[in-house]
Design a protein around this ligand. Structure first.
Ligand code: ADP
Ligand code: MG
Length: 352
């Protein structure tokens, strides 16, 4: 009950907005469920406070607002800073949900991965300066380790709150220039099992490129769409039984893979990789055995990176990308993996 009072009081004292408060800027994205724009506040167009992002969403926007409100109260640092969400029905016949966030920065992990300079471009962003050090595998591994750690950290926050994101991919990870860390965005496909919100997986929302083999996050024996109170009573048990959070871990493993292997960064090559992995019954070790003997220099370099320090990176990767959800590490367990024992980038040890 206290939670509700707190939430209510918090809402009372937070600024509220309406449609006319915003001036639309550049379009940042367009999916099947909404359009995203950079916007400024009409009253403070040039202040830092006025640097915002707006998503005009369809009916699913209601769930996304709910998820963002919950994240802000429970694990604010995991995701982009949510400002406000409301139902806008003034002009159009179909209602639209408007969601507002702080503008976190220009680059998603997808943008950064596409650059030839990856991962050094990320190092510069995190440290705020270009390091005058020789380039090489060790340094790249350090940067990748730092990125994966930040991702797992954000995911652990979400999962501990009871939220599974279900659409973890480089396009939905934004580099926050303010905190110099990666944050998760786009809770449009997320589910909160502890309260039964969006309980039935909207499987059509799942991105096949990054989706774990279990299409349905909850097992098919799980009763569908229980009312909220039933879900509250059941969900901790269901969470234990089905480990739905491991869906996000699989996706994160694929991102790890893409960071290590430049040749797997394009959509087509990732799709082809997924086909190969499926043929190997989702066994990464078996996949490695089939590709390594006849692989080119670039792929070999990726394996070399993962094999550093006694193959500890490869060990972590194979503990994330596994067919069975229960054999994958949780975000918390992954953070305790020896891969992270070595120091990452300097900025990280200062900030965390
Ligand atoms: P969708 O995928 O449903 O179109 P997203 O929430 O993923 O919507 O946002 C689309 C794009 O907008 C992102 O890929 C990112 O480039 C940009 N974006 C979203 N939120 C922010 C934010 N808080 N700060 C900066 N850019 C953002
Ligand atoms: Mg998105």
């Amino acid at each position: 009950f206290d939670m509700f009072v707190l939430a209510f009081v918090e809402r009372l004292f937070r600024p509220t907005f309406r449609k006319d408060d915003f001036v639309l800027g550049k379009k940042l994205g367009e999916g099947s469920f909404g359009v995203v724009y950079r916007v400024t506040l009409a009253k403070k167009p040039s202040s830092k406070e006025g640097d915002l992002v707006l998503k005009k969403a369809t009916e699913y926007g209601a769930v996304e607002i709910w998820m963002n409100e919950r994240v802000r109260r429970a694990c604010a640092n995991s995701c982009a800073d949510f400002v406000y969400g409301f139902l806008e029905r003034s002009t159009k016949k179909t209602p639209e949900y408007w969601l507002i966030w702080r503008f976190e920065g220009d680059a998603t992990l997808a943008d950064l991965l596409q650059s030839r300079d990856f991962p050094y471009n990320v190092e510069t962003l995190i440290l705020g300066e270009v390091q005058d050090l020789p380039k090489g595998l060790e340094r790249e591994n350090k940067i990748i380790q730092t990125i994966i750690r930040q991702l797992l950290f954000a995911l652990d926050g979400l999962h501990s709150t009871g939220i599974v994101h279900r659409d973890i991919k480089p396009q939905n990870i934004i580099f926050s220039e303010g905190s110099r860390t990666f944050k998760i965005i786009d809770l449009g496909a997320a589910t909160d099992l502890r309260v039964g919100i969006n309980y039935i997986p909207k499987e059509f929302l799942l991105d096949p490129r990054y989706a774990a083999p279990e299409q349905y996050i909850m097992s098919t024996q799980t009763p569908s769409a229980p009312s909220a109170p039933v879900a509250t009573a059941l969900s901790p048990v269901l969470w234990q039984l089905n480990l739905p959070d491991r869906f996000d871990i699989y996706s994160t493993g694929l991102i790890f893979l893409q960071m290590a292997f430049p040749g797997l960064r394009s959509d087509n090559s990732l799709i082809q990789f997924n086909r190969q992995l499926k043929r190997c019954d989702y066994d990464l070790v078996a996949w490695r055995k089939t590709v390594e003997p006849r692989c080119g220099a670039e792929l070999r370099r990726g394996f070399e990176l993962l094999d550093l320090d006694g193959g500890i990176g490869w060990e972590l990767l194979t503990s994330m990308v596994r067919y069975k959800a229960r054999q994958r590490l949780s975000a918390k367990a992954a953070l305790a993996h020896p891969y992270f024992d070595k120091e990452g980038l300097l900025a990280l040890s200062i900030m965390q």
